[in-house]
Design a protein around this ligand. Sequence first.
Ligand code: SF4
Length: 976
Amino acid sequence: MEQQSFSFAGSQDNAVIVPAHSSLIDVSCELVLEQYAQQLPDLSDITILLSDSNAVNQSKIILLQKAADRGYPALLGPQITSLHAWLNDQVDIDPGIVNNHSRELFLVDALQKHEHIYGHGSPWVLAESLMELFDELTQWHVELPVSVDDFISKLSDAYGSTDEISKALGREALLVHTLWYALHQQLSALNLIDQQGAHLLKLGQSIKTLPEHQQLIYCGVNPVTPAEAQWAQQLAQRNQLKIITHDWSVRHSEKGTTDYIQCLNLIFDYQRSHLKHRARECRKQFPLSPVASVIQVYAASDAEDEALAVDVQVRRWLLQGKSQIGIVTENRKLARRIRALLERANVIVEDNAGWPLSTTSAATVLERWLEAIEDDFHYLPLLDCLKSPFFMEHNEDYLKQVYSLEQHIIVDENVASGITRYLTHIDYRKHKLQNNIDTSIYDQLKTLLQDIAHAAEPLLPLLDGRHYDAPQFLDALLESLSRLHIAQAYSNDAAGQQLLNEIEQLKVAARLAPTQLTWATFRNWLGLTLERFNFKPPNQHSPVQLLTLSSTEYYSFDAIIIAGAELGFLPHGARQSPFFNDAVRSALGTPTQEDKQRLNFFLFRRLLTSIPPEQSDQAILITRRARENDEEIIASPWLAELQSFHQLAWGTDLSTTDLSSMINDDAVRIKRDSAALPLPANIMPSVTTAQALLPRTISASAYQQLVDCPYRFYAAYCLRLAPPDTVKEALEKSDYGQRIHKCLEAFHGNVSGLPGPFKEKITPQNRQQAIALLERITETVFSQDIEDNFMHRGWLKRWLPLIPKYIDWQMEQEKIAAPAATEVTIQSASLDQHVNIRGIIDRVDESQDELRIIDYKTGQIPSTDDVLSGEAVQLPFYLMLLLQQPKHQLADRISHATLAFTAQYVDLGNGSKVATKLVLDHDDLRPLAQQHHQRLIETMQQIRQGDALPAWGDDQSCKYCPMDGLCRKQCWETSQ
Ligand code: SF4
């Protein structure tokens, strides 16, 4: 394609070719003020047209500054706008204009009807490529022959193809030809026209309707289509249009105004001679490099290193007083990271390129909501939604409900999906806790989940895989978002507003192009729409601009960073159209890939020369990644050419190293808070606690934690990070062990609502009856479960075979002592004037001269050594309880001075047997209880006096410790 440079015959005076290093906007503003000086300050007859609406504001500012310099603080006009916007304002056309969403639906519908010619690919992806192709064909006035055979033969000529290729080509041509005509026939039947067609019509109309007194100034370098060139020519001949443009058709025509520009001309003049020759020639002409004083290159070790380098360099320049800094990159991921780093340093960045709407947090919550609905409210997308600021109103109650759902229902109850399951388990949880705590939070959580189910209702019926009219999906989606209050939250968010706008546009399109969709195709359509549309944050007027190369044409900077200078980003690896190669495009007359890259190269070269010489000292930084994930990243060919040339000519490749040391300098890097962040603990934490935080009552498990790890005790009982003992105990009642305890309690004593007790001494004769009773009790206990689940059935299966073994053990036990009391509950026995102790003893057996404390164990049993050495506290602690509490059912017996106290564990099913484990006789137990009593009093006293509580938990204690996140053992243990 030859560039249309407005060189229309007989009207050269109407075109101003601006040198590449000059700013188009500066020149345009000067020209307007110069040429229309007589009319100042009234320039209302003038309109400046730009190809990029992003540059409108910048142009207005520059014009006003220049006018003020000439003594005109305010102007009337001129209008500054984009060509498209101006045409839309100026001209109404009769056919309605179809939006791209409708066009896409028409094409998808047509593709689905012609499945035989496109195969099994995604019609949405194909429709997008076809729209791009059709736009180009329309813009470049390419009419397809009416006959498909003529079209095929035209393409075959261009491809120079053999018969075999022609066959394949036939399919491509048939697809394009069929869809082109199908679309245009459909549009014409509805008296509609696409946007490119409308642009052409408007160009023609505007020539007729433009008042004679109006003057247009077109300012831009973008390629001009034949229709625009014709339009420009006609208006120029009427002296109503002036063109201000760069001549980018000749690659190296920049006049060598400075040594630096002359050097660049030589560096990139590939056709002049071999690189080595040019480098030698340049060295001869310039013994010292004029480039090294302007350009620096930084090869980063990875993506983060590159972003940090840009962040540091921008801040350096701002400190030096630079006020127009451009960061140019095609790597949008890098752009977002740079923006985040600069904003952390309180540097606002004006991002002119924006990012896909799909990556905004507004779109993310929409996507997660749809995933939650598709995945039966799986906890991951559901929690993401619930925690999104767009979701519901985030007051304190709401946050507590979300916390309860996550911690109590999803984690503790192990429920991963299903609104009904979440609700059922909330009821289970309430039932387990019964009157132990205020359970109103669970009622609120149920209401929240019911609201979520209500919000999903409009969408759920559409997930069944059947076809529905497209507007049904969109109406249901909007209704669902409204029920969740997301739609309302979107209206306060710029990206949210655009997202709602796109959904409304989709609705308009769906009504115009009635299409039936399944849920999967609807999701595809919505996803592609959010991916395709760019979100641009509102203009923030910053000295730092973030741009893509193609949007730099109007900008001037006093410092520039070209970031992401890698193969694929510079030049940008534009998505290749699946239709037609460059030869065919050339034959058809549409722009080729080479044409597009030529413009990109011009823009790159322009950037390198666009800084005025007096400001150019070290004013350009080019960055790239040298490696990523152990893979070498190839530099941009343009950068490689520049560096190789410089190396050959002057022995250096322009690399800078000082950025690297600055990035790693703590004084340079910005941390989020102004105060330094606390360093991670690298020693074992040890804390003291305020007296007021100390618990007033201590249970056996609290005491055990104090012995195992004082820090854990502090976290759990002083900071109250553990659930209260009452809640813990209430929840444990639903554990396996507690169910078996309940069965045995009923077997040996009276428990309301359960069969039993077995009142006789067990003998071989009544053994079977005893077994039968315990089985009946067991059935009743397990039948009281409101949770009829797999786990409970497993527990029952585990316990039933142990019942005869338990009865046999009990028969033996009764030879020593008989049950005297079960579930002996002591809520508050006095330890000293500051602390009480509490606990529940499973069972106490008695004989004539002995009371025997029995603790049923379904889990780990402490070793005798641990008990005797004071490490395992439970059994002596129970004796302390019995001795300290004067009022319980055994108090009378305890008062006998001659009574012996013993204690034992009974292993219930930790294996396949029921057996006595670890018996402490009186001589061991009594002194142990006294020592523990003394130790606990003294320890609590010392803590009250400020003794430290260190995190000295051993591997066993730490294994299941819920406070490990607080003590951060993994951090300090490895550094010690
Ligand atoms: S993880 Fe170990 S050291 Fe840390 S609090 Fe828990 S028991 Fe103590």
